[in-house]
Design a protein around this ligand. Structure first.
Ligand SMILES: Cc1cc2nc3c(=O)[nH]c(=O)nc-3n(C[C@H](O)[C@H](O)[C@H](O)COP(=O)(O)OP(=O)(O)OC[C@H]3O[C@@H](n4cnc5c(N)ncnc54)[C@H](O)[C@@H]3O)c2cc1C
Length: 382
């Protein structure tokens, strides 16, 4: 059995300096009415915003300068992420590329992939989607049936992915595919590929979400060619890389701050004289938030030391997304109203939007059952 590592962390002075810098940037954005605060900010796709954020140095922050990065620490990146979310900034276009695809390419990609792609991500021009889930294997990634077969100079992909967020508007997907038999170890024989979404042999079909919006898709691959140097790592390393990627995907403040603007609006609406129930509920949420923030910043510290805190990340994702699902429910109880997307009132519209999106918070990136299974295994309970 292993213990979780959540060491308390004091942010260094350079992280405070970075916080001041990103706040100035965001204040300027708002003062010039370049964006309206979004309640589900990191899902909101706005390439213009991403380009401005890149120009100010807020994308690819930890990467080497050679690839367009800023050579900042994970802790400086952490404060930028939380300030972007707190301000409701629409970072959805670059979010996945910056959070996990870029780091994955930097760590395991070919030199050509690094040179071709990383500087474009860092300049806010190149966006990524995640091609993991399949129609019959969302939670059970090792059961992936999408195949990649060896051909001269590369691989040919056949199969299907589902729930692929933004596939219709990103430049690349990182696709998990089977390149060999599972054998004794069902995690063996998988590999990851960087697939250009404009390649021949890709068909992207929309799936509408609960609120009628087009965010995710089904993606079909029919003899889609991928050159050798767009494989991530070596054949058969897919499972290890996916697992490492999920540490980046699950631990950040985006796993408990998706709807933080709604909480801020609640606090503003309640004002300085809350009734007892409002004070208790808001106080409870604030304490949960502070705890999650400490856990998440502690993981940023572990990433900074070169660690892969997969189980800690699963814990943050489970507790964090439970928190962000609770926010709209509590808001609705404390300030009862009939929320509607068609309402003129911005608050009612915003609440309706979050209520319709919140069920997905605990599903995307791994369901609670799967995360708790991982945590239990790590504690030696299964
Ligand atoms: C908004 C949104 C965006 C998404 N974006 C992406 C994306 O960009 N790329 C991508 O690849 N995927 C994406 N997903 C897919 C998401 O990761 C999967 O939906 C999720 O992993 C669950 O898979 P599934 O839907 O196939 O459900 P299933 O795996 O069929 O699970 C159904 C239910 O059974 C439970 N269950 C499954 N296996 C077990 C088990 N072993 N033990 C206990 N319970 C179990 C699950 O917890 C769940 O409650 C997105 C999902 C959403 C909602």
């Amino acid at each position: 059995m292993r213990a979780f590592r959540f060491e308390s962390l004091t942010l260094p002075p350079e992280a405070d300096a970075m916080r001041r810098k990103v706040r100035v940037f965001l204040e300027d954005e708002r003062a010039n009415r370049r964006y309206a605060a979004h309640r589900t900010s990191w899902s909101t796709f706005d390439p213009e915003f991403s380009r401005r954020a890149a120009k100010a140095g807020f994308i690819g922050m930890t990467w080497p300068r050679q690839y367009g990065g800023g050579e900042y620490s994970n802790l400086e990146r952490f404060v930028v992420t939380e300030e972007m979310l707190a301000a409701g900034a629409p970072g959805g276009a670059h979010w996945i590329a910056d959070r996990q695809s870029g780091p994955q390419i930097l760590k395991h990609g070919s030199e050509r992939a690094k040179e071709l792609i990383l500087p474009r991500i860092a300049s806010g021009e190149c966006y990524f989607g995640i091609g993991m889930s399949e129609p019959d294997s969302g939670s059970d990634l090792a059961a992936a049936r999408t195949r990649a077969d060896r051909v001269e100079d590369g691989w040919v992909i056949n199969g299907a992915k589902i729930w692929t967020s933004n596939a219709h508007r990103v430049h690349y997907l990182i696709v998990l595919a089977r390149t060999g038999p599972p054998g004794q170890d069902r995690h063996a024989g998988l590999s990851q590929f960087i697939v250009d979404t404009t390649s021949k042999g890709i068909e992207i079909r929309p799936i509408m979400n609960l609120s009628g919006g087009h965010e995710f898709n089904e993606v079909f691959f029919k003899d889609c060619f991928v050159p050798d140097d767009m494989m991530i790592g070596k054949p058969g390393e897919g499972w290890t890389h996916v697992t490492g990627e999920l540490a980046f995907e699950r631990a950040g403040p985006d796993r408990f701050m998706s709807d933080i603007r709604l909480l801020v609006e609640l606090i503003n609406k309640v004002g300085h004289e809350p009734n007892e129930r409002q004070a208790v509920e808001i106080g409870r949420l604030a304490v949960h938030f502070a705890t999650l923030r400490r856990m998440s910043s502690s993981i940023a510290g572990l990433l900074e030391q070169g660690g892969t805190p997969v189980t800690e990340a699963a814990l943050v994702k489970d507790v964090g997304t439970a928190f962000e699902r609770e926010v709209p429910e509590i808001v609705r109880k404390l300030l009862p109203m009939e929320a509607s997307l068609d309402d003129e009132d911005e608050y009612s519209q915003g609440l309706a939007h979050v209520l319709l999106h919140a069920p997905s918070f605990t599903i995307r990136g791994g369901t609670p059952e799967i995360l708790r299974g991982m945590i239990a295994r790590s504690l030696g309970l299964r």
